[in-house]
Design a protein around this ligand. Structure first.
Ligand SMILES: *Cc1c(COP(=O)(O)O)cnc(C)c1O
Length: 357
């Protein structure tokens, strides 16, 4: 039976990424050594770093004046690195979920971090639209895709102050206008590579403006200067990322990826909207193309464990909802094929038919 991986993260990767990574673990570039045991400063590995950097810039159309960094510590490390490097006195945050709240909490350690709006009262089921960004803030922080609650910002915002975005779970899912952002970061384990590496895309001219001393490892300038090799970088996830990026390029790039993602999400949301037992949890206009959250209508609530068992037995792995909202969450990242989404929909329809017959 084909198993489809709907996990939120770590999550599904392109099959070619997994195969190429497995090969390189045994024999990297045919040199008779594993990618796990060679120097990160070797010519062969430097070529991997260079290609990842070049593919980031090409696929995302990154303008001059920005650097791409590959760092340890995950997206969560960026929650503190961002204010460390960019916040002198004040910053502003849009609170759209658990990860946004965690980012805001760290910024509060550095000064006045303002929550401009929050959708917490309604269990983060929408993205606030009416808010004012204080023009004396050093930056404005958003989470473009709320992995846990299944909401997504579908456009690149205009901000009067430098815009910072956590794109952990929707990077490379659509083209973005990098020039609107001062800094973009994320963990790799949703749409790019195995866990262990975080990416940062930063506009160089914004650095070096805060007065506090910054420890070397937490200073973006250290990593820009040393090409993400100040210390040993997470070599294996970086190697895997290279293959995911090659796969994206071969597919036709991010406009093609976006179309595929829209098509996949439409299949699933249509099934949810046309169902008499399931319902979506996120406001329609803010629905995520990456994480589709749904529950059973009140009348059928008791059937949730039964559906989970039914779907799991049919090969749908990882669809249990996050503990904070319950129900189900199907993460349909870039690497999830349309057939996987269709298989889940077939499963939902079959279960529904059984209940209503
Ligand atoms: C998963 C996730 C994180 C946390 O990433 P780590 O690499 O585990 O620190 C942060 N933000 C968002 C939006 C996420 O989806």
């Amino acid at each position: 039976m084909k198993i489809y991986n709907f996990s939120a993260g770590p999550s599904i990767l392109p099959q070619v990424t997994i195969e190429k990574t497995a090969e390189a673990v045994k024999n990297f570039n045919g040199i008779g050594l594993s990618v796990l045991e060679i120097s990160h400063r070797s010519k062969d590995f430097q070529a991997v770093m260079d290609e990842v950097d070049a593919l980031f810039k090409e696929l995302l159309n990154i303008p001059e004046g920005y650097s791409v960094l590959l760092l340890g510590g995950g997206a969560s490390m960026q929650f503190c690195m961002v204010p460390y490097n960019l916040m002198e006195k004040k910053s502003a945050y849009l609170n759209t979920g658990t990860w946004a709240s965690k980012a805001l909490k760290e910024a509060k350690l550095f000064g006045e971090a303002v929550e401009v709006a929050s959708s917490k009262d309604t269990l983060f089921n929408y993205i606030p639209k009416d808010y004012v960004i204080p023009t004396d803030a050093d930056y404005f922080h958003v989470t473009t895709n709320n992995t846990i609650y299944g909401t997504q910002l579908h456009e690149d915002l205009d901000s009067p102050v430098p815009l910072v975005a956590d794109m952990s779970s929707d990077i490379f899912s659509r083209p973005i206008d990098i020039s609107k952002y001062a800094l973009i970061y994320g963990g790799a384990q949703k749409n790019l590579a195995p866990a262990g590496v975080a990416f940062v895309i930063v506009k160089d001219e914004l650095l070096g403006k805060v007065s506090r001393p910054i420890p070397s490892m937490l200073d973006y300038r250290t990593h820009i200067k040393d090409g993400s090799m100040f210390n040993t970088p997470p070599v294996l996830p970086i190697y895997s990322a290279m293959h995911t990026l090659r796969w994206l390029k071969e597919l036709g790039g991010l406009s093609v990826m976006q179309k595929m993602n829209e098509e996949k999400a439409a299949i699933l949301y249509d099934a949810i909207d046309n169902s008499s037992i399931f319902e979506g949890t996120a406001a329609k206009e803010d629905r995520s193309l990456m994480n589709v959250c749904f529950v059973m209508k009140d009348k059928y609530k008791d059937l949730e464990p039964e559906f989970l068992k039914f779907a799991t037995e049919k090969g749908m792995s990882g669809i249990k909802g996050h503990r904070s909202i319950g129900g189900f969450r199907a993460s349909i990242y870039n690497a999830m094929p349309k057939e996987g989404v269709q298989a889940l929909v077939d499963c939902m329809n079959e279960f529904e038919k059984k209940q209503l017959d």
